[in-house]
Design a binder for this molecule. Structure first.
Ligand code: NAD
Length: 480
């Protein structure tokens, strides 16, 4: 049993209270480790360390900061398999996915910002009245970074890398549901020679350790990724303290398939965008709208492909759908399938918990599920399920599908399938989402703004956006 430690002031330490929480392997439904049940006392120690480290780190030349971050990236690559195994064990995701997506992206995040910060420049403006303005962007101080369980190390590094590259020090909290790779990451930071106190990782519950970070008076900026309800609570605490806030929240993303699409590409990518990571990616297209003309053909072909997806042990090569992250989450997803039926939906495939044999007999597995026959405005189609469940609905007109797509409280991502370029632009323009993919899904360029509209969040990550967020702007005007 691994007993995870907090990473404070350059050392791996036990929580002040000495209390631990169970860490569960979702594919086995079994406790396999312990994580610190940290409190405000641990957050206090972490914040003190981060404050003390700020002066030096923020004045360290960017090339030096970049060197340490690149070293951490190298160590992630050297530990690729070990980290991928840990991620799969902790989260339930297929090992293959962790090997090909999660871990490579974690090192890419570190490298991207290690190099990005070296190109981050200040603007200067000549004013005709006879003045020069220059705009400085300096690190803010101690950044609070809080991340979710679905892409644990991937999203953890996505926040930490720009925060550190920009010269802030950090108090971070990974999800208590999937803490393992953040713990292994802290060991790599020590090995890489990251100066003490620059990054501090406090493990524990959101309402306790997480809330203590949000409330801390010496943490002036918060970068949070997680659920919309948690985001509301964080905003309510942080706003009156005038903290800088970046909130990446939930989604209920439309996947719009026009009759003039490349059918085979739309079909095969839609299977992935529906069920990758057991549908537990904030960008998954959980509402599929198919133009009437090809609706029946698409549904038949889609269901046939989904039926072939193997639900199984995440460690096995052939597994396409692993375990969902926890028992409560499995119960939540199953309750939405029940709701879908109560609302008049027809389950064309899936719908049940899967009982596997052997080591996974007590694991949390759900069949990939396809529901049809629902209206766009029922609860199943309005609320985020965040599991291996999609609905498919027909449409006739472009205006109609835009209305359906925009009908939820969310606005994170959307996918559009058409070979008509003009239509693609027109629809992309009208759909209220922060991220639109045309004829592809999850094709990421880390320079692009990433984030959602409406209840999917506030602010953008990625590229310069993140470096701007993690710096404070000061304009100096000099009269000539
Ligand atoms: P969650 O909101 O329950 O938890 C996210 C993190 O916040 C965890 O570390 C948790 O411990 C912490 N937390 C909980 N309460 C807190 C509080 N009061 N104060 C401070 N921290 C607190 O979300 P989750 O269940 O871990 O993740 C799933 C959600 O995340 C989904 O809604 C999904 O759409 C969303 N998500 C969004 C994005 C995005 O980029 N927009 C990416 C991934 C996941």
């Amino acid at each position: 049993m691994t007993q995870i430690k907090n990473y404070i002031n350059g050392e791996l330490v036990a929580p002040v209270s000495g209390e631990y929480l169970d860490n569960i392997n979702p594919a086995e439904g079994k406790v396999y480790g312990q994580i610190p049940d940290s409190t405000s006392k641990d957050v206090e120690k972490a914040t003190e360390a981060a404050k003390a480290a700020f002066e030096d780190w923020s004045n360290t030349p960017v090339t030096k900061r970049a060197r340490v971050l690149n070293k951490i990236a190298d160590l992630i690559d050297q530990n690729h398999e070990r980290l991928a195994k840990a991620e799969s064990e902790d989260n339930g995701k297929p090992l293959k996915l962790a090997m090909s997506v999660d871990i490579p992206r974690a090192s890419a995040n570190m490298r991207f910002y290690a190099t990005g910060i070296q190109h981050f420049a200040s603007e200067s403006h000549y004013t005709e009245e006879g003045a020069i303005n220059y705009t400085m962007r300096r690190p803010v101080g101690v950044a609070g970074c809080i991340s979710p369980w679905n892409l644990p190390l991937y999203l953890f590094t996505w926040k930490i890398a720009p925060a550190l590259a920009a010269g802030n020090t950090v108090v971070a909290k990974p999800s208590e549901v999937t803490p393992m790779t953040a713990f292994l990451f802290s060991e790599l930071c020590i090995e890489a020679g990251l100066p003490s106190g620059v990054l501090n990782i406090v493990h524990g519950l959101g309402g306790k350790a997480g809330q203590a970070i949000i409330e801390h008076k010496d943490i002036p900026l918060i970068s949070f990724t997680g659920g919309t309800e948690t985001g509301k609570r964080i905003a309510a605490t942080a706003a009156p303290m005038f903290k800088k806030l970046s909130l990446e929240l939930g989604g209920k993303n439309p996947n719009i398939i026009f009759a003039d699409c490349d059918f085979d590409k739309a079909l095969s990518t839609s299977v992935i965008s529906s069920f990758a990571n057991q549908g537990q990616i904030c960008l998954c297209g959980s509402r599929i709208f198919v133009e009437e003309e090809i609706h029946d053909k698409f549904v038949a072909a889609f269901v046939e492909k989904v039926k072939k997806m193997q639900v199984g042990d995440p460690a096995e090569e052939s597994t396409r759908v692993g375990a969902v992250v926890s028992k409560p989450h499995m119960e939540k997803v199953l309750s939405y399938i029940k709701l879908g039926k109560e609302e008049g939906g027809e389950v064309l495939t899936g719908g049940q918990q899967v009982k596997l044999d052997g080591r996974c007999e007590n694991g949390y597995f759900i069949e990939p599920t396809v529901i049809t026959g629902l209206s766009h405005n029922c609860r199943t189609n309005q609320e985020e399920i965040f599991g291996p469940v999609v609905t498919i609905m027909p449409f006739n007109e472009e205006e109609e599908v835009i209305e359906y797509a925009n009908s939820t409280a969310y606005g994170l991502a959307a996918t559009i399938w058409t070979e008509n370029l003009t239509k693609a632009h027109r629809v992309a323009h009208s759909v209220k989402s922060g991220i639109i993919w045309v004829n592809c899904w999850l094709l990421r360029d880390l320079r692009t703004p990433f984030g959602g509209m409406k209840q999917s969040g506030v602010g953008r990550e990625g590229g310069w956006e993140a470096l701007r967020f993690f710096t404070e702007t000061k304009n100096v005007c000099i009269k000539l």
